[in-house]
Design a protein around this ligand. Structure first.
Ligand code: AMP
Length: 398
């Protein structure tokens, strides 16, 4: 059940709706969008607003302009991109809430769409400044948050403004929350969680919480080396978080007490240098020399992990298995992406790197749900709420 007010609960005709989206899309040096997933996923909400006669005022952040206008982070090209996808005019205001925006808003007809400039061009956004919130809220009659990727941040446009207007969530947020809700409270079992990436530090809370929920946790990436050192192995020159070894021991013990299986790599692609063209040989966990750097999981581990994934009924994956940006070390991540895609389980992939790996290896359309929010999805998996969701009103009478 989803108990927050959504757009479907409100009368939108003729109303000015301030729609907070997360159009913080990756762009290359030439300023071209390299993944439009966050924009495409937003279309159902925007189309619904248009079809129901709302005056939609879209706001978002892009990058980290540090509270100052910066052409590089302008949302102007995104507004144009959205216009092409929607095949409906999207007017762009070159500011947030000043005179130009007010003129645009005054002249809006039912079903019109206006996009504001990058919210983070003003320091008031990230500071959740009261005056900034008041000015932004004064543009609209209703506030709708559909920026799942930003919902764990207490900024003006995610929390402050929501408190000043009748509020609701959009369809993307509803979809994301339902997916993670089912994963955490009602997963089909076995629930297999695959965690990789650079650091344990970023995923301690997730592991702690998932030890109570998952059946099996498969660990890969640099994170695995800290766990392996905790088990007494020497991992050579691999990335090991020395200050987290005791914690890793604690997590392994707790998992054992709980009956949750944590699996660690049994072999690795190890190299003598951290380099894009480095050569690598598969070695066993117990074979590391002082100058060996673990760069990826090895072939035996791929086989083991893939067979666990094949038996899963629910899968969550966050974090690459190796340095997948280097061609020589993408094999582990690619194999895991393919195993997840092949399985008939409900699969959720969260986190920028894993989503881009699934896309890079051509399996994105075989994943049940590719989350648009890395940080926000990790917060949910830690068992925490999202500040941007907590401020949205609950439905009454359900
Ligand atoms: P995260 O943001 O924590 O998911 O980490 C993603 C990063 O982890 C990617 O940039 C990978 O290159 C990196 N990574 C994965 N495996 C390793 C490894 N064995 N050694 C160093 N970095 C790694």
């Amino acid at each position: 059940m989803f108990d927050k007010v959504t757009l479907k609960d409100l009368d939108l005709r003729g109303k000015r709706v301030l729609l907070r989206v997360d159009f913080n899309v990756p762009m290359n040096e030439a300023g071209n969008i390299t993944s439009d997933k966050r924009i495409v996923e937003e279309l159902p909400t925007i189309k619904y607003l248009i079809e129901n006669g709302a005056k939609t005022i879209i706001c978002s952040h892009l990058g980290r302009p540090d509270g100052k206008p910066n052409e590089k982070y302008s949302l102007k090209p995104i507004a144009k991109y959205l216009q092409n996808l929607l095949k409906t005019p999207v007017l762009f205001s070159g500011e947030i809430y000043g005179k130009e925006t007010r003129k645009f808003v005054r002249n809006m007809l039912d079903g019109d769409v206006v996009m504001l400039e990058n919210l983070r061009f003003d320091p008031g956004e990230e500071a959740n400044d009261a005056e900034f919130c008041k000015n932004l809220a004064s543009l609209a009659d209703i506030y709708c948050n559909d920026a799942f990727g930003t919902m764990h941040r207490a900024h003006a446009s995610t929390v402050g403004v929501a408190k000043l207007l009748p509020n609701c969530v959009g369809f993307l947020v509803e979809k994301e929350i339902k997916m993670f809700g089912n994963l955490l409270s009602n997963p089909r079992r076995p629930l297999v969680v695959i965690l990789g990436g650079a650091k344990i530090k970023d995923k301690i809370g997730v592991i702690e919480n998932l030890i109570n929920i998952a059946d099996i946790i498969l660990i890969g990436g640099a994170m695995a080396y800290t766990f392996l050192e905790a088990k007494g192995f020497k991992m050579g020159a691999s990335t090991v978080e020395k200050d987290k070894i005791n914690l890793a021991k604690l997590l392994l013990d707790r998992a054992e007490e709980n009956g949750t299986k944590i699996m660690l790599p049994v072999d690795h692609m190890a190299s003598k240098e951290f380099h894009v063209l480095a050569e690598a040989d598969p070695i066993k966990t117990e074979e590391f020399l002082d100058d060996d750097i673990g760069m990826d999981i090895g072939p035996k581990t791929i086989k083991q992990y893939s067979s666990v994934i094949a038996k899963a009924k629910t899968i969550f994956w966050n974090g690459p298995m190796g340095v997948f940006e280097f061609k020589n070390f993408e094999k582990g991540t690619k194999a895991i992406a393919e195993a997840v895609a092949k399985s008939s389980a409900t699969s959720i992939v969260g986190g920028g790197d894993s989503v881009s790996a699934a896309t890079k290896f051509g399996v994105a359309d075989k994943i049940t749900h590719l989350s648009t929010g890395g940080g926000a999805s990790l917060k949910l998996l830690e068992g925490h709420g999202l500040v941007g969701l907590d401020v949205i009103k609950d439905k009454v009478g359900d």
